[in-house]
Design a protein around this ligand. Structure first.
Ligand code: HEC
Length: 120
């Protein structure tokens, strides 16, 4: 009986947490269209860089000796593979910092596929 109660409660809590994730069909659609279009530095990468990277990779003594404060610097470190490798293997941003979302990683990979354009 207690076991049954436990299972019912677990299922109930699970359902509540599902409904709280609030999957919005429009948002899912937007994500898909994001990947269908051309990704440029201006359209997406600048914002991802500002959100996840610039805090440490700027100023007179940037972390890792790497500046990521303008398009040319970001382009260099993505073109030579170092930034993409570190993003894909999850070592940048460092572990204690928020991860890039799967969608942000997709955008980075799509930027690479589209040829690292600055603008369209
Ligand atoms: C909390 C600070 C912090 C954030 C945020 C951060 N980095 Fe770093 N980054 C470092 C430190 C410290 C190093 C040097 C140590 C190392 O290589 O792990 C480094 C090194 C690197 C290197 C290697 C540089 C080289 O020439 O060896 C790359 C590439 C890099 N970061 C890219 C990024 C990218 C891209 C982002 C955002 C997605 C990012 N980092 C976010 C702190 C940070």
């Amino acid at each position: 009986m207690i076991k049954h109660f436990f299972i019912t409660t677990t299922i109930f809590i699970f359902c509540i947490s599902c409904s709280e994730t609030n999957i919005d069909p429009q948002a899912v659609q937007d994500n898909l269209t994001d990947i269908m279009r051309t990704v440029t530095f201006e359209s997406d990468i600048m914002a991802i860089n500002e959100k996840h990277c610039i805090a440490c990779h700027r100023g007179n003594t940037p972390d890792g000796g790497l500046l990521l404060t303008n398009f040319q610097q970001v382009l260099n470190s993505y073109r030579n593979g170092t930034s993409i490798t570190r993003i894909e293997n999850g070592t940048m941003p460092p572990a204690q910092k928020p991860r890039l979302t799967p969608q942000e990683i997709q955008l980075v990979l799509k930027w690479q596929e589209d040829g690292f354009l600055e603008t369209e």
